[in-house]
Design a protein. Structure first.
Length: 296
């Protein structure tokens, strides 16, 4: 059985976690539809079984948010993980006035209210890890992170994180309270947050890439396929193994609603790429960065 036995040093969880954003509106999202992450999952039993299978495979890092399906994602994880010794990360600081809207809400009172709601939905007295989902530009960052620090001091939050921030914002947040994790968009074809990844390593902060697997059209012409053929792995596994090579503090959270893909993702934690393979992978410039480097 494939087991996710490799553990991070920055945050004591398995290197490959499970992102659950796609659970909302399933099975529509499973079939490739562009659902708005709004409605509750209609195949709840299947998803609960998938989460429990993930635990069997050694996954102990699960990611959700108060904004996913208006909290239904948190409720599903609470049911699926009852009694399991795992880390559940959630996020507060975003309101959903409609299916198409994601609005940052950083007022301390609103953040405290969302923490209380997440506590109830997850059925716990203390949240393992809470991210500021997005920084509200209309509220001082120190007030937003300070609200999470207050919840931490009250014992309602164990660890504080921030999401989709630059290196300067990460440092400002870390000055308010120790930041355990930063969650940014990052994958083989999207490396804009390299400075954040590096600074997180220097500060001992876990770097959690969301959308950690690039779509096929974004990696056309890359060496991913040839490396996959050489290693007997899949292109997805090579992408995840490449991410893990960026540092011991890197904790990808690939999302899936399919057990076969879950097993494939977890197995990537044991894929060892050679120095030559990593050099070939590192040498490819993503399309979105070629204008900056002058390459075509």
């Amino acid at each position: 059985m494939t087991t996710n036995t490799v553990v991070s040093t920055a945050l004591p969880v398995s290197r490959i976690g499970l992102g659950t954003m796609r659970f909302a509106d399933a099975p529509g999202r499973r079939n490739g539809d562009t659902a708005p992450i709004w409605g509750p999952p209609t195949d709840r039993d299947d998803l609960i079984a998938l989460v429990r299978r993930a635990v069997d495979l050694g996954v102990d890092h699960f990611d959700t948010a108060a904004a996913y399906a208006l909290g239904e994602g948190e409720r599903l994880l609470a049911e699926a993980l009852r009694g399991a010794d795992v880390t559940v990360a959630t996020k507060v600081g975003v309101a959903r006035p409609s299916p198409a809207e994601w609005v940052p809400v950083g007022r301390p009172a609103a953040l405290r209210q969302q923490v209380e709601q997440s506590l109830r939905r997850l059925g716990t007295d203390s949240l393992d890890l809470v991210y500021l989902h997005r920084v509200d530009p209309d509220v001082p960052l120190e007030d937003q992170v300070g609200a999470l620090r207050t919840a931490q001091e009250e014992g309602k939050v164990q660890r504080v994180g921030v999401s989709e921030v630059d290196a300067d914002t990460l440092e400002r947040a870390h000055a308010v309270t120790p930041v355990a994790a930063v969650q940014n968009l990052y994958n083989y074809a999207a490396r804009d947050h390299d400075p954040v990844l590096r600074r997180a390593a220097e500060l001992g902060i876990a770097f959690v890439p969301f959308f950690p697997v690039s779509p096929g059209d974004e990696v056309d012409g890359s060496p991913l396929k040839s490396v996959a053929d050489e290693t007997g792995a899949t292109v997805t596994q090579v992408q995840l193994a490449w991410l893990l090579s960026r540092g011991d503090h890197v904790l990808p959270i690939p999302g899936t609603t399919v057990v076969r893909h879950l097993t494939e993702n977890v197995a990537a934690s044991t894929l060892e790429l050679t120095a030559a393979e990593l050099a070939r992978l590192d040498g490819w410039t993503p399309w979105r960065n070629r204008a900056e480097t002058g390459t075509r």
